[in-house]
Design a protein around this ligand. Structure first.
Ligand SMILES: Cc1cc2nc3c(=O)[nH]c(=O)nc-3n(C[C@H](O)[C@H](O)[C@H](O)COP(=O)(O)OP(=O)(O)OC[C@H]3O[C@@H](n4cnc5c(N)ncnc54)[C@H](O)[C@@H]3O)c2cc1C
Length: 290
């Protein structure tokens, strides 16, 4: 394999927003599509699990030394924009952050992205998770996805070919989303003001003053996960320095020097309580990497 930038014994707690985790034996940081393809081929030949990392806002790493093939998307952040009549397209590599998309949206007053604007994400992570908020999902604004298979082959999918659903895409734990094309519209509305209000709403509802990994569980059909956790006595429940937030019961927060074992015990306690009280099996939204 040609030389690709990597770090040894990388601190995983710095690669996720809840700031918990041990070390990665090797963390690769590719700069272009060829390097990503090579990494996938190499991982598949070695029979290793390749784990892409965006900003880790949906990810928690265990303590200790992890041996996976970690691939950070930080250096994949090229963007290209163009207009076709009233449509505005943004082509963005996997590591482009939602903050960058938001600045393009604000600059050109574009419609379609506003509901997603406060999600801490990279374009790659948001596509894989089909991230969503206020009734909009990533899949609603995608035009095209450039995906590299686990064997290292690049394929292009038009939006209609991809079976997205609630917080699901077929790309999860399956190859690598290299880049996407987002389709938005030039708007006559005051999009900046809409975004301002949505960000204020998030600030009111979410514990953004602590390191957190966002929603821990997906919402079951019957009731919201937050409601079930609150009714099961999990709101504010703390083990060590990790707790389910008082402000939003479905958000785990790190109150200082949170440990992975405490986080895991909290999740298992919540699953058990909700299971016993409501006969509902909570499905994890956050990804635990051990
Ligand atoms: C404060 C806060 C608020 C949040 N609010 C929301 C919300 O409103 N709605 C919502 O849906 N989510 C929300 N989240 C969760 C999280 O922001 C989203 O899931 C986001 O899309 C994750 O993006 P990421 O780049 O950090 O992905 P990561 O956490 O880095 O990765 C998530 C998954 O995607 C995979 N992945 C990442 N990049 C790629 C790639 N290029 N190719 C293939 N696989 C890849 C990873 O391997 C992992 O399985 C919130 C989180 C926080 C901390």
């Amino acid at each position: 394999m040609s030389w690709i930038n990597f770090e040894e014994f990388a601190d995983l707690s710095k690669l996720c927003t809840i700031r918990i985790g041990g070390k990665a034996r090797k963390l690769y940081i590719p700069k272009n599509v060829e390097e990503v393809k090579n990494l996938l081929t190499e991982a598949s030949l070695k029979g290793k699990k390749l784990f892409p990392v965006g900003i880790g806002s949906n990810t928690v790493f265990s303590d200790g030394l992890l041996e996976h093939f970690f691939v950070l998307t930080r250096e994949l952040r090229k963007t290209k924009t163009w207009r076709e009549r009233e449509n505005f397209f943004i082509e963005a590599e996997a590591g482009v952050s939602f903050k960058t998309i938001l600045s393009i949206v604000r600059k050109y007053n574009l419609e379609g992205f506003e509901n997603l604007s406060g999600i801490p994400a990279t374009v790659g992570g948001a596509t894989v998770m089909n991230a969503g908020a206020y009734g909009t999902e990533m899949s609603d604004i995608l035009e095209r996805v450039y995906w590299i298979s686990p064997q290292g082959n690049l394929r292009v999918f038009e939006r209609d070919e991809i079976p997205f659903s609630y917080r699901y895409s077929p790309f999860h734990n399956n190859g690598f989303v290299y880049k996407v094309v987002i389709k938005l519209k030039a708007s006559k509305k005051d999009i900046r003001n809409t975004i301002k209000k949505l960000l204020e709403d998030r600030n009111r509802k979410q514990p953004l003053n602590y390191p957190t990994s966002g929603s821990t569980f997906k919402n079951p059909i019957e009731k919201s996960a937050g409601y079930l956790l609150e009714k099961s006595g999990m709101k504010g429940y703390r083990i060590g320095d990790v707790a389910f937030s008082h402000k939003h019961a479905n958000f785990l927060i790190n109150m200082g020097s949170g440990k992975f074992k405490d986080l895991k015990r909290l999740i298992e306690t919540a699953e058990k309580r909700v299971g016993e009280l409501y006969q509902i099996k909570l499905e994890r939204e956050i990804e635990i990497v051990e």
